[in-house]
Design a binder for this molecule. Structure first.
Ligand SMILES: Cc1ncc(COP(=O)(O)O)c(C=O)c1O
Length: 345
């Protein structure tokens, strides 16, 4: 099954009949600033990537975990797609709204899906013993909900005592390290996914990590054909993970940009209720209105991400724009909002 994801400018270009080069893409949570990739040495392109462990050491230092607790994968997508098949089949709690690939992966591995709306509902399911495992996306994409680390540790303890697993997708967690469980890895019954695609803006390099007890890391490693990670991906990942100076600047830049973006959206689109992470802002409102605004922005060559309606309620995600584009986009949003005035009124 192929799911729809953000960032597909080619599809938007054909849907709205506007050439790809004209689009502003706000449909993802990928940082608009990317880690500045230097020239990759010739031998990195030329030689096969016999793992020397340097990427893994850099990642362990960055995530604050033990080296043995992680395995590098071609994007956190790879880990989240194959991990469910490595865990005992059972009932798994999955967020009603969240990165949809999780649901597909757990279901095709034979697990039974039990949906939860928010952290309170998840706690209820775990405390009642209604699920064996729980999948948490922290912070959640697209709802922006963050479950505090202490609460996650409590859920983990309860699940683990019954032989279940807590799996935390931390693809966006670089922006809220205080709520990450990465530094507690390895622990029995705990898996964490990390990505270089969002905070570092390196989605194209296809690099991520699974943090888990060593036997599970070894099984994940064994699943991957040799050279699954390219040598340039390993090289770029290692240097980016060690670049603390850029990382602290990036965090500040994203926090400031997201606060300004949230304020602008609240001013321009009063009919949506907005929540933010440092990497994206999500508006919630009447489903028809979200759809109409998505279409109106699309006609103006600005791609947003609209999510499936649940009980008449819709979600619209606005990725961060570059500051240079912000005034133009604000103008286009105001026009689109005016055009959608009559929807549902
Ligand atoms: C919550 C979440 N997890 C994981 C992924 C997969 O990212 P990647 O494979 O680039 O690490 C995505 C992609 O959008 C995502 O939104």
């Amino acid at each position: 099954m192929t799911l729809e994801h953000g960032g597909n400018i080619a599809a938007a270009a054909s849907r709205f009949n506007i050439p790809a080069a004209h689009w502003i893409d706000l449909s993802t949570g990928i940082s608009p600033w990317i880690w500045p990739v230097p020239a990759v040495p010739q031998q990195v392109w030329q030689q096969l990537p016999y793992p020397d462990g340097q990427l893994e050491l850099a990642a362990a230092a960055y995530y604050g975990c033990q080296r043995e607790a992680l395995v590098a994968v071609p994007g956190s997508q790879y880990a989240l797609q194959y991990t469910p098949a490595l865990l005992p089949a059972g009932a798994v709690a999955i967020p009603q709204r969240g990165y949809a690939e999780h649901r597909v992966a757990w279901r095709s591995a034979g697990h039974r899906i039990v949906e939860y709306a928010d952290s309170a509902a998840l706690r209820g399911l775990v405390e009642a013993g209604s699920v064996d495992h729980a999948l948490v996306i922290n912070p959640n994409n697209p709802t922006a909900e963050i479950i505090p680390a202490r609460q996650l540790q409590d859920l983990h303890m309860q699940l683990q005592q019954r032989g279940g697993w807590l799996v935390v997708d931390e693809a966006f967690a670089d922006i809220c390290a205080a709520h990450s469980l990465a530094a507690t890895c390895p622990q029995p019954g705990l898996v964490v996914y990390r990505s270089l695609g969002k905070f570092f803006g390196l989605a194209g390099v296809r690099l991520g990590f699974m943090l888990a007890p060593q036997p599970l890391c070894q099984r994940m490693q064994a699943l991957m054909p040799p050279w699954s990670l390219s040598h340039p991906a390993r090289w770029v990942g290692e240097v980016a993970l060690r670049d603390r100076h850029w990382q602290s600047g990036q965090l500040l830049r994203l926090q400031q940009a997201s606060a300004q973006w949230l304020q602008l959206l609240r001013d321009c689109v009063p009919r949506l209720r907005f929540v933010a992470t440092a990497l994206f802002v999500t508006g919630q409102g009447e489903a028809n209105y979200c759809q109409a605004l998505y279409q109106a922005m699309g006609r103006r060559a600005v791609l947003l991400r609209v999510f499936e309606a649940i009980g008449g309620s819709g979600l619209l995600r606005f990725g961060l724009p570059l500051p240079a584009d912000r005034d133009l986009i604000a103008q286009l949003i105001r026009e689109a909002v005016e055009e959608c005035e009559c929807i549902g009124n």
